[in-house]
Write a protein of this length. Sequence first.
Length: 296
Amino acid sequence: MEQAIDDFILFLATERGLSDNYQLSTRRSLEEFAAWLSKTKSITNPAAVTLPLITEHLTLRKKSGLAAASIKLIVVAIKIFFRFLHLRKRLIKDPAEVLPLPRIERYLPETLNEIQVEQLLDAIPVQQPLGLRDRAMIELLYASGLRISELTTARLEALDLDNGMIRVTGKGNKTRLIPVGKNARDAIRTYLDKERPRLVGKKTGSEIFLSVRGSGLTTARLWQIVKMHATHAGLESNVYPHLLRHSFATHLLSNGADLRIIQEMLGHADISTTQIYTHIDQNRLKAVHHKFHPRS
């Protein structure tokens, strides 16, 4: 099993080009399965693995309290691992071929409405130190729907304010171009002109947004900044950076944007991930209908 797992992870890295995080997650799932097989069943050869053994392992993981989403990741890892071995003629039969993927209840993401977004942005004290930076960051999160990691790693050379575009690297090391709205462009220009030069230090890189020490911001710090300004704005809902990404997509959809375009801007590999926002919009329409239609 150990050698088979090593060969499979090498395949993911060299032939599939999948991210380091995905490789680590897949390796962890497979090594935990291999350790369970060795300890409880004295099995160390992939050829001895059967569907009932896989099912037993998954059942135990579920009983241990593992979330359905985590179980699904393990199932996917096991399925693609044994498919790889079977296609490479290292197994006569794929024991995980008919293993079903668990169904996961999908929860609608929270969003801010347009008034709440304005309330959040207007409450940022741009006259105070780092206020211009914070305003620019939150404007960009909402204007372009960036993931928190994409914003903290965004670099000056990837920003084209004249044409209103930013290039970011998302999940799976995939790069995409995203439009940047006028309000965000204006806020970023002001920050770059008036505040970023004062934050630059000897070891400063080309990250757009800098900390007080002149280094790039961490995702944890960005989380704190968004929470701080949301509290200052008096927003009662739980506001966090990814909420602005959800709001970006929902507001685009409700104003008539095509779902495929939203998928491209969000960097979703699968359109089904983006379709969650259609449910939010449907719920909004139903609420409006119920409130205002005389026979609702």
